[in-house]
Each structure stands twice: as C-alpha cells, then as structure tokens.
Write a protein that binds this ligand. Structure first.
Ligand code: NAD
Ligand code: 2HG
Length: 526
C-alpha cells in the first residue's frame, strides 16, 4: 500500500481523500530536518505547503518517493531540479488560491492607500488622531500590474471595477487578451514611470528577483505605492526601505518577504509599510481547494492515471491532453521497440508525426518515446519526468519532424534511432478503440499488434521458411499467437514478426538462427 507523508498543515478534506483512496497517511507537521531525512525513504508521496523545505538532500534520501504535492502555487520550497533528475513528479494546486490571493492584494492596495492598519492601531492604542492618516483615492489612478497570470488578471479586473486605469506587463499577454480584459499592454518602463500604484504577481525567478531596485524606484512617480502578495525579493527590500524613507515611495503593502519570518525587520518597522504574514492563501476556501486539488492529483499519480498539474512536465491544455490520449500507449511501445532494434549505442533519435497527430502539441509523446527508449538500458529509474534530463546527460539528440499528409492512415508516428551500426526505424498508428499497431519495422511493411513478447526474424523470402520457424518454436514449446511477414521484394530479404506466449531464451534465438533461410532472430520484450 502506497504511503503518504503530509508534512505541512492541510485541511482535513485533503487528508480524508487519501484515506478514502486506500493509502496509508501520516500527518506530522513539525519534523526537524534530521527526522525528515531519516524517514522520507519510506514514503511514496510527500505533501507540503511552503513550510517544509524539500532540499536536494531530502530528495537524495527519498528512495521510494514518486511525487511531491504542493498544496498551493509556488514550488520555491522544493528543489524541482533535484526531483526531476530523480524522476520524482512535482505537482502543485495552481488554481485553488487564486481568488483569495487576488482579494488580499486588493485589500492590501486599499490598506496602503488609506492607512487602514495605521489608523486601526492608533485608535486601539487609545488615540483619536484623524490628521496623520490622510490617504489617497484609488479611483482615477493608474495601477501597474506586473505578471498577468491567474492572480494578476483577477486583481486587474477588480481594480478596473473600482475606477483605476490598469497598465499590464507580462511576456505572455497579447494585445487581444489585454483589450478583452480592458487593460493597456505596457512595457516594464511604462509601468515604472506611469503608475500611481504597482502590484506584482510573478513567481520569483532569476529575472524577477530584484526586478525593482534603487534605479527603478528613482524613475517612479514620486508618492507611488507598491503591493507585493507574490514573492519576497521582487522589490529589493533594502532599496525599498531607502526609497520609502526618502519619500520617493509613499508606502508599501507586503504579504511576502525574502526570508520568512523576516530576519531583517527594517521594512516592517517603517510606519508607511503595511504587512501581513504571508496570508494570501489563508482563507477557508483556498485551503480547502488546494488540499482537495493536490490530493486528487497525487492520488492519480499513485494510481497510474493521467494528471495535469506537474510543474516538471510539459504543460498540457485539456484539449491537447484529450487529443494525445489515444497515442500515449503507442508512443511508449514505439520507444521500447526502437531501443531493442538498436542493440548498439544510440546517438540520435528522430520522431516524425504524420497526419492528424501532427496537428497537436506532440512534445509529451516525444517524451514518452524517449522514456521507452531509455528504459531499455536504464530500467525503471526512467520516467517522463527525468527522461529529457537523462537523454541530455548522455548526449542523446532528439529531433521532431511533422507533416500533415500520412499515406493510408489518419495518423502515423515514426521513430528513427541512429546508432553506431546505422539507423533503425519503426512506425505505428492507432486504430479503433485506441489499439496500437506497428505498420513498419526496419523498412518492412507489417501490421502487428504489439504484445509483451515478440520475436523478429530476418530471413530470405523463400518457400518453407515459415515451416522451419514453426518447427523450431514447436519443438521448444513456444506457442505462436500471431505471425506477420513483410518483404521488400520477392525472393529478397524479409522480416517475420511473431507474437509469442512464452519468454525468449537465448538458446531459442540461436536455434532459429540455425535455420537455413534465417539470418537473424531477435526477441522484443515490452
Ligand atoms: N501570497 C500568497 O500567499 C500567494 C498565494 C498564491 C500565489 N502566490 C504567488 O503569486 C505568484 C503568481 O501566482 P499565479 O497563480 O498568478 O501564477 P501564474 O503562473 O498564473 O502567473 C504568473 C505570471 O507571471 C508572468 N511573469 C513571469 N515572469 C515575468 C516577468 N519577468 N515580467 C512580467 N511577468 C512575468 C508569467 O508570464 C505569468 O503569466 C506566484 O509567485 C505565487 O507563488 C502567493
Ligand atoms: O501555503 C501557503 O499558505 C502559501 C501559498 C502561496 O504562497 C502559494 O504560492 O500558493
């Protein structure tokens, strides 16, 4: 029974889902690093929020771990690269806390515009001070939104409704989408120089770390107010403190910090700074959503079903996932057979997609083919998560080719592996009910349903060969389930493909090769 460790608090609804699915669940949210290191090898799945640091060291010790589930969006507490190298799926729950975080961003923007927390604290302390807390209206002001993903978009919609003009910056925001949302597509420079308020909603990356520093604050409108409910460090904290002290920046509302809890309290103690302790996702609704979402996804991974929120696999839109579904089994099978056709070292793999399948995003299929090929030599250590990394590490080049025509079939996938002794090819298709068919092997036309055990026999096209092969197999007690013969020309070289019921044995292959018209016999095991 798969074992799940939940090492940060998630709502009980998520825990219950794991139990209902029949898994053994342990919830313990106060591990020391040493405790986690010592026990992680016993678990198949680890569920975290942002507290548990899933470092390379933890991952190296996680011998059975298949999946790390993050109940939330940001995976910055997980060493995704180390997990990827080890073939561990990292997935998150990206949608569940969008609205809660957008709503906190709006609350923080209003709080910093109107000095709400400062007035609140003053009155609670016994004062009645109305002069010190004069704010600004947001109506008619310009808001710069950096990062127009899920949260940025929801913030923009809400602030438009409150009368703001919204400038939006995001490398993936198109003119059409911006127009449909009613925001103005802007460069980072326009955001910096034209905004009265700026709110950031990007992940923390090499590019966004310190995106706003002393030079940027200096070019902003004097009296600008800044919000950060994304990740600490997008505004350089020391430069921000200096810009607030000088009056260049009128105030900031921060939910996130470069270290949490913040080691340096300089910013927090400035009276113009409004803070919350990383509360973006802290609502009943968001916590229920992310716990349930991550549980559903992790359960799918552990049950071998298809899942969608992996951060270390190519993202697949639902319609693409549906279009690829019939080909996923074929792709893995092609990879496994291709690896066994080339018994020598493989340097290059070309995958061609023909017909209908060429019209969809096929990178996931190429990944499955690669996984199948690598598994032949690396075993179960390979999965779709680390296949690309392992291929790169071995200097294996993978290219894709696409063409809309496909002779005689609605879709064809062809794999060509170039090894030290030449190029080996095979082509497959799917027919009704998603049944995989191999229609070409090494240039011979065949029509074979791949099965767990097959024998390929290179022979000369001449009378009696089928009888000879049948006799050898019969004497060895090997039952033939199906047989296909393909030839390039009459009397020339030919290929026999046998689906057999019992495992291959080297002696059997040697006996087949002794037959008069047989040149080579190879076993293919799926
Ligand atoms: N405070 C919280 O509790 C809390 C809760 C949820 C999410 N978050 C954080 O909020 C951030 C956004 O979450 P989301 O769900 O909207 O993610 P998302 O992936 O939907 O959106 C992020 C957007 O940022 C854009 N982006 C990346 N680099 C950029 C750059 N250099 N300039 C401009 N845009 C850039 C991306 O193109 C993307 O559209 C994440 O970092 C997440 O961790 C914080
Ligand atoms: O788990 C949390 O509360 C923080 C979540 C948030 O930062 C996220 O990235 O989803």
């Amino acid at each position: 029974m798969a074992k799940i460790l939940i090492s940060d608090p998630i709502t009980p609804a998520g825990v219950e889902l794991f139990k209902e699915a029949g898994f053994a669940v342990e919830v313990k949210t106060d591990h020391t690093k040493e405790e986690l290191l010592a026990k992680i090898k016993d678990y198949d799945a680890l569920i975290v929020r942002s507290q548990t640091k899933v470092t390379a060291e933890i991952i190296a010790a996680a011998d059975n771990l298949k999946v790390i589930g993050r109940a939330g969006v940001g995976v910055d507490n997980v060493d995704v690269e180390a997990a990827t190298k080890k073939g561990i799926i990292v997935l998150n729950a990206p949608d569940g806390n969008t609205l809660s975080t957008a709503e906190l961003s709006v609350a923080m923007l209003l709080a910093v515009a109107r000095n709400v927390p400062q007035g609140h604290a003053s009155l609670k302390s016994g004062a009645w001070d109305r002069k010190s807390f004069t704010g600004v209206e947001i109506n008619g002001k310009t808001l710069g939104v950096v990062g127009m993903g899920r949260i940025g978009t929801e913030v923009a919609k809400r602030m438009l409704a409150m009368g703001m003009t919204v400038l939006a910056h995001d490398p993936f925001l198109t003119e059409e989408r911006a127009a449909a949302l009613g925001v103005k597509l802007a460069s980072l420079e326009e955001i910096i120089t034209e905004s009265d308020f700026i709110t950031v909603h990007t992940p923390l990356t090499a590019e966004t770390k310190g995106l706003f520093g002393a030079a940027e604050f200096a070019r902003m409108k004097q009296g600008v107010r800044l919000v950060n409910c994304a990740r600490g460090g997008i505004y350089d904290e020391a430069a921000l403190a200096a810009a607030i002290r000088s009056g260049q920046v009128a105030g900031a509302a921060l939910d996130v910090f470069t270290s949490e809890p913040p080691a340096d309290r300089t910013l927090i103690e400035l009276p113009q700074v409004v803070v919350t302790p990383h509360l973006g996702a802290s609502t009943r609704e968001a916590q229920e959503n992310v716990a349930v979402d991550v549980a559903h996804e992790v359960i799918k991974v552990l049950k071998g079903e298809s899942f969608k929120n992996a951060v270390n696999l190519p993202p697949l839109r639902p319609e693409v996932r549906k279009a690829l579904q019939p080909f996923t089994n074929l792709a893995e099978v092609l990879g496994k057979i291709a690896a066994q056709l080339a018994t020598e070292r493989i340097g290059k793999i070309e995958v061609s997609y023909w017909g209908e399948v060429s019209k969809v995003e096929t990178s996931y299929l190429s990944l499955l083919i690669l996984k199948g090929i690598l598994q032949a030599s690396l075993g179960d250590e390979v999965n779709q998560v680390n296949a690309k990394f392992l291929a790169k590490e071995r200097g294996l080049k993978v290219t894709e080719f696409k063409a809309e025509e496909s002779a005689g079939y609605s879709s064809l996938i062809k794999v060509a592996v170039a090894g030290d002794h030449g190029t080996h090819t095979l082509t497959g298709t799917v027919i009704e009910h998603e049944e995989a068919r191999i229609v070409e092997i090494e240039g011979y036309r065949v029509d074979t349903v791949p099965s767990e055990q097959m024998i390929l026999i290179d022979h000369t096209d001449q009378p009696g060969v089928i009888g000879e092969v049948g006799t050898v197999l019969g004497q060895a007690g090997v039952n033939i389930a199906a047989m296909q013969v393909g030839r390039k020309q009459q009397g020339g070289k030919a290929l026999m493909v046998l689906n057999v019921d019992t495992a291959e044995a080297p002696e059997l292959l040697a006996k087949l090769e002794k037959a008069k018209s047989v040149q080579k016999a190879r076993a293919i095991i799926l």
